[in-house]
Design a protein around this ligand. Structure first.
Ligand code: 9UX
Length: 72
């Protein structure tokens, strides 16, 4: 069973930014899907909570150089 997390991501100004956020998230273990919407500054992630959690995902986005806030 996977969980869903929605992040607000600021600092993404082009689609290559979105691609690097997606890549950073997908490098983590336990990621089922990562969809990044550069126009709306959102990243939606489906993940397996026995492998990874919201805070680790948030930190991976921050480490890629963007500001991330968990919305829900
Ligand atoms: Mo686009 Mo993002 O030139 O850091 S990759 S702005």
């Amino acid at each position: 069973v996977s969980s869903k997390a929605l992040f607000s991501v600021t600092g993404m100004t082009c689609s290559a930014c979105a691609a690097s956020v997606e890549k950073a998230v997908k490098r983590l273990p336990g990621i089922r899907q990562a969809v990044v919407d550069v126009l709306n500054n959102r990243a939606q992630v489906l993940f397996y909570p026995s492998f990874v959690n919201e805070e680790s995902i948030r930190e991976a986005i921050e480490d890629a150089g963007f500001e991330a806030t968990l919305m829900k």
